[in-house]
Design a protein around this ligand. Structure first.
Ligand code: AMP
Length: 612
């Protein structure tokens, strides 16, 4: 027997409908790409988003077509999102931090018809225009005056919006209709598209609104530093209008001083970003003796949060940090380190140890920890295993079925992360499966060592990789980028680690480097580090080589030590994904990426724009 409730398809246009109806006057404030701060409201954004839908229809876009955005977080980007999704087209967020060759691959693979872009990215698009023939129009998120003749044939967004009618009905289609497309930032093989549905986005929004997850409220002012082009800004462009929170969009300026200015002038209470952004903010606050007068909570995810950041926010500025884990494939929020009843009873320092873990699963996310034979592993907080996940906003297959069947027999997706789960159900990522260091048949967590090392007062960034060792297979090597003007001896770092990690985890060497490369989504690019360090040989006197220290002692037996993961084909074309520490786009890099496979792109087809 079926229930007798209303059939109300869960489509994301209803989120903006709701915001307009009940929070219409609530502001969206943007640092515009042109420079000035621009203020608008949910009601205005709703009206303009409807015009966007009509403008797209006028340019030949049909439901199911892919319309890409290459844009910073601004109100115009929000309008474009809802305008595209509301009419049943698919909003494909492009990550501008990718190399041009990678963008070409993704745009052609997605078969994007139109790209809406910020002025910032016109030079990139001009340079690849003749390689993306399926793209019929480029719309620049600017007015005619700012557009000028920078890209012949490009259309000014403001003119299109002004000339289009706001009269269009959104939704009315099946809730499983595709709404968004985002390619993974994977560092192996070609990027893969995750195709979100209206239903998955809507459910993700409902779940993240929970007070143990993002928990934002109508009274909050929310600053998503995390870009809309990286895993949907963790859903904040959906959840903020859903609750009626004020949105503050940082545009292109993500440095410590600019973020701080917006936090203070707009009275931000809640913000979300990757650790590198928060590290830049803390550095700025300390050097400028700045304060945080309204900020109450920050969510940090994307990579593990270093203890020093949590303590810095808590002890110096009274701001609570919530650590979150997720991935493009999980929409993206998977777990959040908010305390359960038992953890909440503990003292501050004990609670901190749980805050540093990646957190608990909310309703809608199922987790399991398995070995290589897919056998369930215990939740004892110590046994490492592969983390698998299932739920209604977790990927089922990649766009165009890249990678074939990606679910196990029980319908779980293998995250590629290695984790523990403790008796409270709190999950901790110990590594990416491909980064874990296998030493003497046991596993060493590179992340744990680098997080502790990054807390050294002289360290700006730290990374740990495994390097080949004749006896132990692999041993950890610590790379450190020192704070500007600092100098340090290797021993200072080894002594700092002493007592904080098992003796047999102690890095065999410390190398000081000028740069720790970050990938396109702000994570340490270990693949590139391994490539750069491929000729490095451990010193003969290292503890492991000389057989001293506690290495000879048998490692604790309960640590799960499976076979190495199945080898993946490493595609050099994707070697050089880089990010300039979440600052402006910077593609400077010592080596150029090789050409990518553009088999999908008809080589002879030409777009309407002259080739460069
Ligand atoms: P992406 O799809 O680019 O968001 O990358 C997802 C991956 O980032 C995950 O599979 C993890 O390896 C990593 N990640 C995300 N959040 C965290 C976190 N809080 N701690 C450690 N790793 C994380």
């Amino acid at each position: 027997m079926q229930g007798l409730m209303q059939d109300w398809p869960l489509t994301v246009d209803k989120i903006l409908d709701h915001a307009k109806a009940w929070h219409g006057g609530r502001e969206i404030v943007s640092r515009s790409v042109e420079g000035p701060i621009v203020r608008t409201t949910y009601a205005e954004v709703y009206e303009r988003a409807k015009r966007v839908s009509n403008a797209l229809l006028g340019l030949g876009i049909l439901p199911g077509d892919r319309v890409a955005t290459l844009a910073w977080n601004t109100a115009r980007h929000v309008e474009a999102w809802y305008g595209i999704m509301g009419m049943g087209a698919i909003c494909h967020t492009l990550n501008p931090r990718l190399f041009a060759e990678q963008l070409v691959y993704i745009i052609n693979h997605a078969d994007d018809r139109i790209i809406l872009t910020d002025l910032t990215f016109l030079p990139i698009l001009a340079s690849i225009r003749d390689q993306i023939p399926g793209v019929k129009h480029i719309i620049v998120l600017a007015d005619e005056a700012h557009l000028g003749d920078s890209l012949p044939g490009a259309l000014a967004y403001e003119t299109l919006v002004a000339n289009a009618s706001a009269d269009i009905a959104w939704g009315g289609f099946d809730e499983n209709t595709a709404a968004g497309l985002c390619y993974t930032s994977g560092t192996t093989g070609n990027p893969k598209g995750v195709l979100y549905s209206h239903r998955s986005n809507f459910l993700h929004t409902l779940v993240t609104m929970g007070s143990d997850v993002l928990g934002i409220k109508a009274t909050d002012t929310v600053l998503p530093v995390v870009p809309m082009f990286h895993a949907n800004a963790w859903g904040l462009a959906f959840s903020a209008p859903a609750v009626g929170a004020k949105l503050v969009m940082p545009g292109p300026k993500l440095d410590g001083a600019s973020v701080h200015e917006l936090l203070e002038t707009e009275g931000v209470t809640f913000s979300a970003a990757v650790p590198t952004v928060w590290q830049m903010l803390l550095t700025h606050l300390r050097t400028s003796k700045g304060t945080l007068s309204t900020l109450k909570r920050v969510v940090i995810g994307g990579s593990a949060v270093p203890e020093a950041i949590v303590r810095g926010f808590r002890d110096e500025y009274g701001v609570d940090v919530t650590h979150a884990w997720g991935m493009t494939e999980t929409s993206p929020l998977g777990t959040q380190a908010t305390p359960n009843h038992a953890i909440a009873q503990m003292g501050d320092e004990q609670q901190l140890q749980f805050k540093l873990k990646q957190g608990r699963a909310p309703l809608g996310i199922q987790l399991k920890l398995v070995d290589d034979e897919d056998k369930l592993l215990p939740h004892d907080g110590e046994t490492f295993g592969r983390l698998k996940v299932s739920g209604p906003f977790v990927v089922g297959e990649y766009f165009k079925s890249e990678g074939g069947n990606i679910l196990d027999a029980e319908g779980y997706f293998d995250t590629g992360d290695v984790a523990t789960i403790d008796e409270h159900g709190v999950m901790q990522i110990t590594d990416r499966a491909k980064d874990v260091i296998k030493s003497g048949g046991e596993w060493i967590s590179s992340i744990e060592i680098e997080n502790i090392a990054a807390g050294h007062p002289k360290a700006e960034l730290a990374a740990v990789i495994g390097v080949a060792h004749p006896k132990w297979d692999e041993r950890p090597l610590l790379l450190v980028k020192l704070m500007a003007g600092e100098s340090a001896a290797k021993d200072e770092f080894l002594q700092f680690l002493d007592g904080k990690i098992a003796k047999w985890w102690m890095p065999d060497d410390v190398v000081f480097v000028d740069e720790i490369p970050l990938g396109a989504t702000g994570k340490i690019d270990k693949k590139l580090i391994r490539e750069r360090m491929k000729d490095y040989v451990l010193p003969a006197s290292s503890p492991a080589t000389s057989g001293t220290a506690a290495l000879a002692a048998p490692p604790e037996p309960k640590i799960y030590a499976p076979e190495p993961p199945v080898a993946v084909v490493e595609d050099d074309a994707w070697l050089n994904w880089t990010l300039d520490a979440a600052q402006a786009v910077d593609r400077s890099h010592p080596t150029q990426p090789a050409a990518v496979d553009q088999a999908e792109a008809p080589a002879d087809a030409q777009g309407p724009f002259p080739a460069k």
